[in-house]
Design a protein around this ligand. Structure first.
Ligand SMILES: *[C@@H]1O[C@H](CO)[C@@H](O)[C@H](O)[C@H]1NC(C)=O
Ligand SMILES: *[C@@H]1O[C@H](CO)[C@@H](O)[C@H](O)[C@H]1NC(C)=O
Length: 177
């Protein structure tokens, strides 16, 4: 009686259970009563990542430099190539099919988390006591200068975009002759 179901890593064809091809190989011919399944390794720049009965291997993904992409991990006969973006850019999607420039944080905002190949810059408003006077994809909020530690006093208050301006102590300025 012919089988109706086959074991794992097998497939049913012509009332026969044939072995699937292992990852990295494609199917050339189904097994017969007398011969095993015939498989052949994928060519260079091709892959198959599962036990399969595919007659063609898949092409490795191409990391197109014109789209800002570069190879993060070269593909093998069993794995696809993984692309990522050039320095300063990050992927627009999980599959990383193209890249966009990292966002900059405007003055008044600092970088909370620097962008990576896959995620954009995260900005945060500078809290009281901190400032950022540049638009940057790297700079954090900087703390205001501490005038006291320089034996000076605050001449002009700081904002989220400007540092404190220190001046000489009034006591010294007002010392009578
Ligand atoms: C910076 O400070 C100004 C004035 O206090 C305020 O209006 C503005 O919202 C602040 N900006 C940020 C990013 O917190
Ligand atoms: C930003 O602030 C720093 C420190 O106060 C100062 O040295 C620099 O010149 C400022 N840059 C701009 C663009 O205002």
């Amino acid at each position: 009686e012919p089988p109706t179901a086959c074991r794992e890593k097998q497939y049913l064809i012509n009332s026969q259970c044939c072995s699937l091809c292992q990852p990295g190989q494609k199917l050339v011919s189904d097994c017969t009563e007398f011969t095993e399944t015939e498989c052949l390794p994928c060519g260079e720049s091709e892959f198959l990542d599962t036990w399969n009965r595919e007659t063609h291997c898949h092409q490795h993904k191409y990391c197109d430099p014109n789209l800002g992409l570069r190879v993060q991990q070269k593909g093998t006969s069993e794995t696809d190539t993984i692309c990522t973006c050039e320095e300063g850019w990050h992927c627009t999607s999980e599959a990383c099919e193209s890249c966009v420039l990292h966002r900059s944080c405007s003055p008044g905002f600092g970088v909370k988390q620097i962008a990576t190949g896959v995620s954009d810059t995260i900005c945060e408003p500078c809290p009281v006591g901190f400032f950022s006077n540049v638009s940057s994809a790297f700079e954090k909020c900087h703390p205001w200068t501490s005038c006291e530690t320089k034996d000076l006093v605050v001449q002009q208050a700081g904002t989220n975009k400007t540092d404190v301006v220190c001046g000489p102590q009034d006591r010294l300025r007002l010392v009578p002759r």
